[in-house]
Design a protein around this ligand. Structure first.
Ligand SMILES: [Zn+2]
Length: 154
């Protein structure tokens, strides 16, 4: 298999496109749709793992049926392929475990936030109730003062 055939039916399938290097400023590659192809890296297929290729940007649109693939990197050695696959698997595992740790701490933080909100609203309620009581006593005191003053003039 030539490493740079313009349209390889044995190229990575759509689900294997997982990384794109859209900043590529080299030659412009157009697919059968006539669109500019981003450069991708094959990650999911063990046979092509780590190899870069230009692929149709419309690969997700099934009606387009454009299978355009242009390999950038040649076929890697078996050793390199298995090494990349191994590192990728380990990386995925690490990423997965750190993701679950993050989720746990986010959930915990959310719970703590809710508890704090409840506490705050309870404190506000208590404060308002106290304020109302204080206001009532102030009104009563004011009425007593006024009536005492008026009483002293009569
Ligand atoms: Zn296309």
């Amino acid at each position: 298999m030539a490493s740079s055939s313009t349209s390889s039916p044995r190229g990575p399938q759509s689900k294997e496109y997982s990384s794109a290097e859209r900043e590529y400023d080299g030659e412009e590659v157009l697919c059968n749709c006539g669109d500019k192809c981003p450069m991708w890296t094959a990650w999911k297929n063990t046979e092509y793992i780590g190899r870069r290729f230009f692929g149709c940007p419309n690969y997700k649109i099934k009606t387009k049926k454009c299978q355009f693939i242009l390999w950038v990197d040649g076929i890697l050695s078996e050793r390199a392929t298995s090494l990349i696959y191994q590192l990728k698997t380990e990386n995925d595992k690490l990423r997965h475990s750190s993701g679950s740790i993050e989720n746990v701490s986010v959930e915990k933080l959310k719970f703590e936030m809710e508890e704090m909100k409840k506490e705050m609203s309870m404190m506000v309620e208590t404060y308002e109730r106290r304020n109302k009581k204080l206001f009532r006593w102030m009104v009563i005191a004011w009425i007593i003062c006024v009536s005492l003053i008026i009483g002293s003039y009569v």
